[in-house]
Write a protein that binds this ligand. Structure first.
Ligand code: HEC
Ligand code: HEC
Length: 352
């Protein structure tokens, strides 16, 4: 047997490892009876169903006919995919690498050794068991910024390129609906799928070999992988991106904010004082409200030698005529200390 196995380029040998899970989705959309919900909505048209019903199953039901070469795939890849996934599918900047850390031996055994050994970056090709999943996902979701823009032949081509990067097919390979089941027989992790725990039920039966648990069912959780420190904030604060109700909370990925400094430095705005005494109802920090903006007041008296005394008198006693006809009310309740704070802040430029 050559490095590529007997089936390279020819018709497949049909290692249809998995067909169970997606079969459960055998959608019988048109069967949904319109009369059960009289007056609500309408039956979907065949064209609408076709546009929606694009899944490709592990047994390749749903796979459109077509083909694409590794060489064409490389050109397309550079044009449409490499900016995010790197020239060789090995970039880590928008998503973990697609390709890497699988060996020719894994292709023989169908189990990726590095997955069990751990300690290596987990790539897509290490984990995915079914080549149909790659076809389906690229077809429906990639390129990320233009999903569903690829024609079937283009999906075959970029997939052929990726498969070649992982040494699953040779460089002169033309992937097609005719030979894709041979590719399945070389997927490095084709035997890595397990039915030991379930996702959902099919026809009343669970899709696993699990036994129903009746008591002491929660196993002790073991953390088997964690976000590496350098990648924690790659998507911002996950805590804020997760809904705030229910049992599951997002994890904190940004450092906790520093607590606010208890005492404000002298130059910053005495906001609490201005609020408590109603000053901000009539004065803006930037610009006029009823009275002049505090920035304008500061500017007007910045060169005045006795600005602090002057302002103290004006605030304490109120009055009108300097900025217009409206009266500023007297402020007898202000303590001397607070008046001091406010006028020092004003005469220092009313920064905020
Ligand atoms: C603009 C950035 C961008 C471009 C361009 C792009 N991708 Fe992706 N790709 C992503 C992101 C982000 C994800 C993860 C998506 C998710 O998990 O929902 C992803 C996921 C994938 C996956 C699935 C990986 C996994 O393990 O789930 C494959 C396969 C893939 N891309 C192939 C392609 C191909 C082929 C192209 C070009 C036709 C392409 N991508 C173009 C950003 C991009
Ligand atoms: C009900 C509205 C109102 C409130 C409350 C108010 N002011 Fe005024 N303030 C004015 C008006 C109107 C003027 C303009 C008076 C004038 O034209 O002479 C003014 C003028 C001023 C001036 C400028 C005086 C000058 O001669 O340039 C300062 C300083 C000032 N206010 C500070 C304060 C402070 C500090 C507070 C809170 C402790 C406060 N004001 C509360 C309406 C108000």
């Amino acid at each position: 047997m050559s490095r590529w196995g007997e089936g390279a380029g020819g018709m497949g040998q049909g290692a249809r490892v998995l067909s169970g899970i997606l079969a459960g989705f055998g959608l019988s959309i048109s069967a949904a009876s319109a009369s059960a919900f009289e007056g609500i909505g309408r039956t979907a048209t065949d064209a609408e169903i076709r546009a929606w019903d694009i899944d490709v199953r592990p047994d390749f039901v749903g796979l459109p006919p077509g083909s694409g070469s590794v060489a064409d795939g490389e050109m397309l890849w550079i044009e449409k995919c490499s900016s995010c996934h790197g020239d060789f599918g090995d970039a880590n900047h928008v998503f973990p690498p697609l390709i890497g850390n699988t060996t020719l031996e894994d292709i023989e055994t169908g189990r990726v050794a590095a997955l069990r050994e751990g300690g290596r970056t987990r790539t897509t090709i290490m984990k995915v068991s079914t080549v149909s999943t790659l076809w389906d996902f690229i077809n429906r979701a990639m390129p990320w910024d233009k999903p569903k823009s690829l024609k079937p032949d283009e999906v075959y081509a970029v997939l052929a390129y990726l498969l070649n990067l992982a040494d699953i097919v040779p460089a002169d390979y033309v992937l097609s609906n005719e030979n894709i089941d041979w590719v399945q027989s070389r997927m490095p992790n084709r035997n890595g799928m397990t039915l030991d725990h379930g996702l959902w039920k099919i026809d009343g039966k669970p899709d696993t070999h699990n036994k129903a648990c009746m008591k002491n069912c929660l196993p002790t959780p073991v953390i088997s992988s964690e976000l590496p420190e350098f990648a924690r904030s790659a998507h911002g604060e996950l805590l804020k991106q997760t809904r705030e109700y229910g049992a599951i909370r997002g994890t904190r990925t940004l450092p906790e904010a520093e607590p606010e400094a208890a005492a404000e430095p002298a130059s910053s705005v005495p906001r609490d004082l201005l609020t408590a005494n109603g000053c901000l109802a009539c004065h803006g920090l930037d610009g006029k409200v009823i009275g002049p903006g505090f920035n304008e007041v500061a500017e007007k008296y910045q060169a005045r030698a006795d600005a602090i005394d002057y302002l103290k008198e004006r605030i304490r006693n109120g009055g009108s005529g300097t900025w217009g006809d409206v009266q500023m009310p007297p402020m007898p309740q202000l303590s001397d200390a607070d008046l001091d704070t406010i006028t020092h802040w004003l005469s220092a430029g009313a920064e905020h």
